[in-house]
Write a protein that binds this ligand. Structure first.
Ligand code: GTP
Ligand code: MG
Length: 156
């Protein structure tokens, strides 16, 4: 099954909505296979957001993502990367649709609560998982509800 990297950003931690973010992904039927509460340092921030290095908002982005702890996670499920992106909503939380995490909980482009690997960037999910987690931190477990989430659960 596909794995994707997800992170509740510092604003989500400060605002106490980490649980709600986890809850929404759980509710969808996705399976959490790793999670840790971490303070991102400058170096990790630069690596994680390397694709935006030349953008005018890069320094602000690094400052924000290192401004407090985050909750980093790995979630697994059918088409997980794209599903999480759909649940996150548009990058600018002000424009994000109601029903999405950003649309329901956020109000700002810079403070948009959640990161999920880009499904249009091939291999971004595996790259980001590797950046934040050691292989032995990914837990292999059977989700008892899978047969009720997916009609063809054996394929997952
Ligand atoms: P992430 O999950 O954080 O990667 O968001 P995203 O994939 O929806 O957006 P993207 O990767 O394009 O941008 C990364 C982050 O940079 C976003 O989450 C925004 O907080 C911030 N950002 C993107 N575009 C802009 C911009 O034009 N101005 C500012 N100030 N911030 C931006
Ligand atoms: Mg992105």
């Amino acid at each position: 099954d596909e794995r994707t990297f997800v992170m509740a950003k510092p604003d989500a931690v400060q605002r106490g909505v980490v649980g709600e973010i986890v809850s929404r992904l759980e509710g969808k039927g996705l399976k959490m296979v790793a999670g840790k509460f971490v303070q991102i340092d400058e170096e990790l921030a630069h690596e994680h957001y390397g694709e935006h290095e030349d953008k005018p908002f890069f320094d602000g982005l690094v400052e924000f993502i290192t401004s407090g702890p985050v909750f980093a996670m790995v979630w697994e499920g059918a088409d997980a990367t794209r599903q999480v992106r759909r649940m996150m909503g548009a990058t600018d939380a002000q424009e994000a649709q109601p029903g999405t995490i950003r649309g329901d909980l956020g109000n700002d482009l810079g403070h948009n609560l959640i990161h999920g690997s880009d499904h249009e960037d091939e291999g971004a999910n595996e790259r980001e998982i590797d950046l934040f987690f050691d292989e032995d931190e990914l837990v292999d477990w059977e989700q008892g509800t899978a047969t009720w989430v997916y009609e063809d659960a054996d394929d997952h």
